[in-house]
Design a protein around this ligand. Structure first.
Ligand code: ZN
Length: 421
């Protein structure tokens, strides 16, 4: 069981509410996803997350990079013992809120991607978790003129400025998703370097299953610069790798594996942008479109009315693709490494050779957090998009990007906020 995690069903202690991991489809969602064999049954059997990952997402991301886990039978006695054993490791507020459902008859056995299963003795496993976010700039014809900035600046960058303004982060990230997804080794290198200066919640490193670099989640940028140095010292102590070696190892694996190409293609299933897809959402729920209601631009309204005249199955296909893309924009990639013992020729894993330390490393790459996005989140996606773009258009469009001399200079709200800070 080394390198495995058991996911057990929970129930809320306050019986008035449904269990936190219990997902029920609305009737519109049943129609939307019902054409994909196996999905509706999985909802009844309480294993939608597993089914969505293995049936839907793995089709796009590659079955060898998606691990839905294995459902195994468990006894009541086992679950009660497991509940007692984990009691001390759970925060008090969680213990009070929910408990293991000892009445469940199965649990999900999944891989712990911070480890290799059956790790060979003496060699440590380094795992990197990357939340890459959206790796392309949209070009949909349904993006309104006021929002045309979306066709030039990444969503990630615009969102950073809003988060900074709201005080959610103390510094905007230096990470540019377009570098990571570029397919160019030098630019991948640059992206990884930027993770070390501003990891936020985009980057974490685990050694033998323990977090050694990056935040625990919650606070988006909980890593202090001094802490960074300590972490990196620890990292090199445990792995014997200098920072530059480590960046080289990771870039090489990302470049060689091609996993980000698959992720990008999946993200690009969103070809209408939320400004197009939102209208099809109203087709699906057969309600008057609240977005068209407030638009006065006649040319734009004409475009949207063609969307409203699409048949239901077309509307569903576009929204389904949008939701699959939304999962792909929000998921994380785990890449795990372990030194390959010399003489090994029949490893089940791919490998990269690191010149600087004259060592081969086995690696594996898996996508995690592949849960289905609820259909009624479409309205939230639309509102958030407007909020991010409006803020950036008003405050950030002339803001100097330190790496881009062409766009630099000029007064900008962006600079002002930083001075105040
Ligand atoms: Zn509309």
């Amino acid at each position: 069981m080394l390198g495995k995690v058991l996911r057990i069903k929970k129930i809320l202690k306050d019986k008035g509410q449904p269990a936190p991991n219990c997902i029920v489809f609305s009737s519109h969602e049943e129609h939307l996803w019902g054409k994909i064999p196996g999905l509706l049954e999985s909802v009844k059997n309480d294993c939608l997350p597993q089914a969505y990952a293995t049936i839907v997402m793995s089709q796009h991301l590659g079955a060898n990079h998606v691990d839905g886990g294995v459902r195994i039978r468990v006894s009541k006695n086992f679950l009660e013992l497991a509940g007692k054993n984990v009691l001390d490791n759970r925060p008090a507020w969680r213990v009070n809120a929910s408990a293991i459902d000892a009445g469940a008859d199965s649990a999900l056995l999944i891989s712990d991607h911070t480890l290799f299963s059956g790790n060979s003795r003496g060699s440590s496993c380094i795992a990197v978790e990357i939340k890459a976010k959206c790796g392309f700039i949209p070009s949909s014809e349904y993006i309104s003129k006021e929002n045309s900035i979306k066709k030039q600046v990444t969503r990630y960058k615009m969102h950073q400025h809003l988060k900074f303004h709201l005080g959610e982060i103390s510094k905007t990230s230096e990470y540019d998703p377009l570098d990571l997804f570029s397919g160019s080794k030098e630019r991948i290198h640059m992206a990884i370097k930027s993770f070390f200066s501003t990891p936020q919640n985009n980057f974490r490193i685990f050694v033998d299953g323990s977090l050694v670099f990056g935040g625990m989640g919650g606070g988006a940028d909980s890593v202090h610069p001094n802490e960074t140095e300590n972490c990196l010292e620890d990292l090199s102590k445990v792995t014997g790798l200098q920072l530059s070696d480590f960046i080289e190892l990771l870039s090489e694996a990302i470049f060689k594996s091609g996993v980000l190409g698959k992720l990008l293609a999946t993200q690009k299933l969103d070809d209408h942008d939320i400004e197009g897809a939102i209208h099809l959402y109203y087709n699906i729920i057969s309600q008057p479109c609240l977005v068209c209601k407030s638009i006065t631009d006649t040319e734009l309204l004409r475009k949207y009315s063609t969307l409203h005249s699409l048949p239901l199955d077309k509307s569903e296909k576009i929204v389904r693709d949008f939701l699959i893309s939304a999962t792909a924009k929000d998921c994380s990639l785990m890449i795990s490494f372990r030194p390959r013992q010399s003489g090994t020729t029949d490893s089940e894993y791919d490998s990269v050779f690191l010149d600087s330390v004259n060592q081969s490393y086995d690696y594996k790459a898996y996508f995690i957090d592949l849960d289905v996005k609820p259909l009624d989140k479409m309205v939230h996606y639309f509102k958030l998009d407007q909020k991010i773009v409006n803020f950036y258009s008003r405050n950030g469009e002339v803001g100097g990007d330190p790496r881009d001399p062409l766009k630099g200079g000029g007064p900008s709200g962006d600079t002002k906020v930083q001075l105040q800070h």
